[in-house]
Every structure is written in C-alpha cells, then in structure tokens.
Design a protein around this ligand. Structure first.
Ligand code: GLU
Length: 417
C-alpha cells in the first residue's frame, strides 16, 4: 500500500524501536503526540486580480530538548498529517545528532511552479505573519525544505524582523549569506550523505569509487549528492525527477545534466550518447550497488520493495520508505541508512547557522564541514554499535537512540503542572 498515512507510518517505526529499548508506555504515548499544530489560511491577491486562499500548517512535535527546528515545504500534496510526520522525524533527527533542539515542520498546500515571484512573496510573508507567535529563535526555527530555498527564508526573516522591530536572523536557517546565512548550508544534505556513505563503505571494505548508483530526485539533495559521488569516480547509472529521467550503463555526465536542468529542461528530454529514458518505477528496479531515494515520501513501498536490486539504500528524502517496505528490505539483506541519519547534514549545518547568528561570528567552510562530519559520524558510530549489539536495523537503532535521549529529557523535566 502506497497511500499510507505518513504520520501512522512514522509512529510504527518508533513502536519497533520502543520495544527494543523497553521504552515506558507513558513516554511512548507522549512521543506519539505533537505538542501543537496550527492551521492557517493565506488570502493572496493574484497577479490577475483574483483572490486565492491557500492553506498552511505549522507543527511543533516536541520542544523537550530545546526550541523546535524544522523546514517549510511548498507542495500541492501537503496535509496536516504529512507535516505532523515530518515534524516527528525532525525530533528524532535532532535527538540522534545530540543537538539541543526539538522538532517541527511547516507546509503550504500550493504548487509554487504556478505562482509568480510576487505571488510567492505575498504568500510567504502572509504565512509568516499567520504563524508569528509560534516561531522565533528560542521557540521554533524554520529552514528550507521541498520547493523552498534562500529567497523564501529571506522573506520570512524580514517579515518576522519587521514585526519585532529589529533584525532577527536566528528565526530561520538556510538564509542567503548576506543576511546571516552560513557557508555550506546549500550543499550540506548531499555533503553529509557522502560522509556517511564513505564511512560505511570503509567499514564494509566496499569500494565506493567503483560503485554504480541510481538516484531518484534531482533537486537540492539529489543533484548535490550526484555531483559529489560522480566527482569521486562513482558511476551514476540512473537519475530521475518527478516525471522520469535517464539511464546509462556507462555512467551519466552529471555536470552536463545539472546545466540542462538549470536551463529549465526536464531530465527525460536530455539527449546524449548511450543515454536512454527511464521512468520512476523502472529506476527502483535498476540493478545497482547504491540506491538513493532523494525525492519524497513513500516511494519505496510494499509494491516495489521486492524488486529492488541493490546493496545499500541511502535515504536522501524524508521518509521515502514505508514501514512495510522496511521489513521487505531487511529480509532481502539490503542495508538501509535511514533518513534521520543519512540526510541530517542539512539540519546539522542549520544548527551551525543558528549558533553563528546568535553569536554574530561566522565560520569558514572548512570548519562547517569538519564539524558536520564529526557530528554525523559520531551519530553513525552510535547507530552501528547499537545495531550490531542488538542485531537490529540501522533505522531501529537510530530511533532507539533518539527515543532514549527524549525519554531521559522527559524524565528529568517531568510533566507540567
Ligand atoms: N528540511 C530539512 C530537513 O528535513 C532541514 C531542516 C532544518 O535545517 O531545520 O531535515
């Protein structure tokens, strides 16, 4: 089943981890609820004079370990349950990395490709104004996610700052460098994925540089990881965007494809020697060493997990694998590096941006990347140790580590009143 409720699916992954660590039933119930969610409407006068009303959400799943942290996505498929699931994931991501933050997420149901720049600006500013009381550097810090980037973050920062009467860069991360952003944030999810993969391959005596790779998604995560992996010699044999893509057994020229995409073209229309067209369904059946789902949720589900023919899955997207598919992949002996670890480089560098903003002191790229590597590999090490010790999957180990830290915070703080 593919249309599985994303929040239910996320909670199932925690249930499995809770059993392994014997999480107290009260704590488990507590972690399965979101602290607060807000539904907002944004009226926007469109360029043609029509009034359109958009719906948006902001969810704080947990602030047990610190202010909430999480991205904002624009997509026609956004729903409250999706945003709850993604906020829940952020809580476990921040906890697994040992960062003093909680988990949140926001979304607006909109196809941003259909909006002009001016319409997007009005929508983003109005959304920020609607959720104003729920955000702030000590409350909830936003960041880019699907279909949002530096420009949206700049508008949010400005709207928030105008309302507060002073400049407050720490309300968002993923901002342009000129207004308090950090170096290395844009490439961080892809760079972090590479650090983790490299470390795994070293441990497994697996030659990464001669491996074959298939990637679903050619956005902020997929294109960066494709570029890094091809630059170290890996053969990217298949890559798709939302409407399909291309394959080549000889390996694709990623730099050429990035410029093709930047010119506004679809991947499937890309033509080159030895390059064929491939659908998203076919991508998941392509035999390869490493499969990278870097698009969206529930792409690996019970209907296609059995056909997957690879050794490692590196989850670039959030929640690309359903819990049913997880069981199938485990039975097949495929090693899955879970989203909350694999793509956590983005969050990690967001945290660095946040502390740089607070201190008004900015780091260079070398420091950003080496600190990110240290934090990600520390988390990976703890996942491997628990996974080996208890013979559980990396995902279950990652959730268990996150859950244990949350449980401890819950115990120490107690319940109010
Ligand atoms: N949207 C990204 C994620 O899902 C980044 C979140 C952040 O940087 O706060 O991890």
């Amino acid at each position: 089943m593919r249309n599985i409720n994303p929040f239910e699916s996320a909670k199932k992954k925690l249930d499995i981890a809770a059993k392994v660590i014997g999480l107290a039933p009260n704590t488990l119930e507590y972690l399965k609820k979101v602290e607060r969610s807000l539904i907002v409407s944004m009226p926007v006068v469109m360029d043609d004079g029509r009034l359109e009303i958009f719906e948006g959400f902001r969810v704080h799943h947990s602030t047990l370990r610190g202010p909430a942290k999480g991205g904002l996505r624009y997509s026609p498929l956004v729903s409250l349950d999706e945003i709850k699931a993604l906020a829940f994931l952020m809580t476990f991501k921040t906890s697994l990395l040992g960062l003093p933050l909680g988990g949140s997420k926001g979304g607006i149901r909109v196809d941003p490709k259909k909006l002009s720049q001016d319409e997007l600006r009005k929508l983003t500013r109005r959304y920020t104004s609607e959720i104003l009381n729920m955000i702030g550097p000590d409350i909830d810090i936003l960041a880019p996610d699907m279909n949002t980037g530096e420009q949206e973050m700049a508008w949010i920062m400005d709207t928030y700052s105008m309302n507060k009467g002073r400049s407050i860069p720490g309300v968002v991360t993923g901002k342009p460098i000129e207004i308090g952003g950090t170096v290395g944030r844009t490439d961080a999810p892809g760079t972090g994925m590479y650090y983790i993969l490299q470390s795994l391959c070293e441990r497994q005596n697996f030659n990464l540089t001669s491996s074959t790779i298939a990637i679903q998604g050619f956005g902020k995560v997929g294109s960066v990881v494709a570029q890094i992996l091809s630059s170290v010699g890996c053969k990217i044999i298949a890559i798709t965007d939302s409407v399909g893509g291309v394959f080549s057994n000889k390996g694709l020229n990623i730099n050429k494809m990035i410029s093709w995409k930047q010119q506004g073209n679809l991947l499937k229309n890309y033509k080159d020697e030895d390059v064929g067209i491939i659908t998203n369904e076919e991508l998941f059946r392509t035999p390869c060493d490493i499969l990278v789902p870097a698009a969206t949720e529930n792409q690996i589900f019970s209907g296609n997990a059995g056909d997957i023919d690879c050794k490692i899955i590196l989850e670039g997207a959030n929640s690309p694998t359903t819990s049913q598919a997880d069981t199938i992949l485990n039975e097949k002996g495929i090693l899955v590096i879970p989203d909350i670890l694999a793509n956590a480089g983005g969050l990690c560098v967001s945290y660095f941006e946040y502390i740089q903003d607070i201190q008004s002191y900015f780091w260079n790229l070398e420091r950003v990347n080496s600190e990110m590597k240290r934090i990600l590999l520390r988390a990976f090490e703890s996942v491997i140790n628990l996974s080996d010790g208890k013979s559980i999957s990396y995902r279950t180990a990652a959730y268990a580590i996150g859950a244990e830290r949350l449980a401890r915070a819950h115990e120490l703080r107690g319940l109010f009143p």
